[in-house]
Design a protein around this ligand. Structure first.
Ligand code: MRU
Length: 374
């Protein structure tokens, strides 16, 4: 998507410098556009863990590139040791963030491709690189297709409203910054905007890291999409007063039975949407499905992060970024990163293959090849 009119992806390989991965360092947004070079698999692991890059699709794609870096770094080892060294790096990458399933999916995909590539180490490294590039391209393409399917839901509401702006509420950042391009929750919004359907987006600020206020607002602004940032607890009030027509969020892991883990606070929005009869959709690429778990609330691991993220807040004044404490000095804080919205609260899932019910029948009808694994 565009930054000041120039097209960017969120992750790419540096030209002519094998093994160097470049990302937009999201810690500096919206204040500054910083491109970071990740020179090793260790750098990449830190970038994921410390959220220089974040969002389910992006950390999956970045882990894919991390596996390529692991292959480059271990290429000097005797053939017998090469694969086990790379797999150890894969385990380390997977451990950096537990909730988004895309991370383990991408590591597994690169490892499988490498295992199938024969015994020649340089051929295996080439396969690792190509698989990482494929994962990134596929992520962008799937998000674009999610936009094509999801825009029909917005178009239908727009028709019902006789062309008055469709008010869409979203939580966190499931925009292009959370993927390689387009995003999931935002893809239908961008598609509607491009079609000339009037839309307005309510952007939850998304405490504690404020991905909504900092990232979603910034990317919508770069594209000229009308939006308003709201404090996290505002959505229920807006819904009671007919100021929200449609809720769309992304997800970090969705069980094939339709339970969706997403940024903390999503569940409360889904409850409020249900109570007010407002459609609540979750948009995701198939890399975000968990094909094993059946009970999201009890099985999906929820990341707990540093309490400092709750106790402190960052902002800018006179072009200088400041971090200030919000709480009494000695008050402890808890920082659960995600919650799980049960399938019964979800109107539908928007995937690259189309829209389905949030249920095993709905999901498996779109992905029949997964039936054999059940
Ligand atoms: O902790 P983050 O910023 O990596 O959170 C993940 C998310 O981006 C959100 O939960 C998002 O809505 C999911 S879609 C990638």
């Amino acid at each position: 998507m565009n930054i000041q009119g120039k097209h960017y992806r969120t992750v790419w390989l540096k030209e002519n410098e094998p093994g160097i991965v470049q990302i937009i360092d999201q810690r500096f947004l919206p204040f500054e556009l910083v491109i970071e070079d990740l020179s090793s698999v260790a750098d990449t692991a830190v970038a994921i863990k410390e959220m220089h890059a974040r969002g389910a699709g992006l950390i999956g794609a970045l882990a894919g590139f991390g596996m390529y870096q692991a292959a480059v770094e271990s290429a000097h080892l005797p053939a017998a040791d090469f694969m086990s060294a790379v797999e150890k790096d894969g385990e380390y990458l997977k451990s950096t963030r537990p909730t988004a399933v895309n991370l383990e999916w991408a590591v597994r995909r690169v490892v499988s491709a490498m295992q199938a590539a024969g015994a020649d180490v340089s051929a295996i490294v080439a396969i690792a690189k190509q698989t990482a590039l494929d994962i990134a391209d596929e992520d962008a393409d799937y998000c674009r297709r999610i936009g094509e399917h999801g825009v029909e839901l917005i178009a239908e509401i727009s028709r019902r409203k006789n062309g008055a702006p469709v008010n869409i509420l979203t939580h966190c950042n499931a925009g292009w910054l959370a993927f390689v391009d387009y995003g999931t929750a935002t893809a239908p919004i961008y598609a509607a905007f491009e079609r000339g359907i009037p839309v307005h987006v309510w952007v939850d600020e998304t405490r504690p890291r404020n991905q909504g206020a900092r990232l979603t607002a910034w990317e919508l602004g770069q594209h000229g999409v009308p939006h308003t940032v709201i404090a996290d607890n505002t959505g229920g009030h807006l819904m009671q007063h007919q100021m929200v027509d449609f809720v769309i969020t992304g997800a970090d892991r969705v069980t094939y039975t339709g339970d969706a883990a997403n940024k903390i606070g999503t569940y409360l929005k889904a409850l409020a949407a249900k109570d007010n009869n407002i459609p609540f959709y979750v948009a995701l690429p198939s890399s975000t499905f968990d094909w094993v778990m059946t009970d999201g609330v009890n099985q999906i691991p929820v990341e707990e992060r540093e309490s400092e993220e709750v106790r402190f807040i960052e902002g800018v004044e006179d072009n200088v970024v400041h971090k200030v404490r919000l709480t009494p000095e000695n008050s402890p804080a808890a920082n659960f990163g995600f919650d799980v919205t049960p399938s019964r609260l979800i109107s539908g899932l928007i995937t690259e293959r189309g829209i389905c019910a949030a249920s095993d029948e709905g999901v498996l009808a779109l992905y029949p090849e997964k039936r054999q694994t059940k």
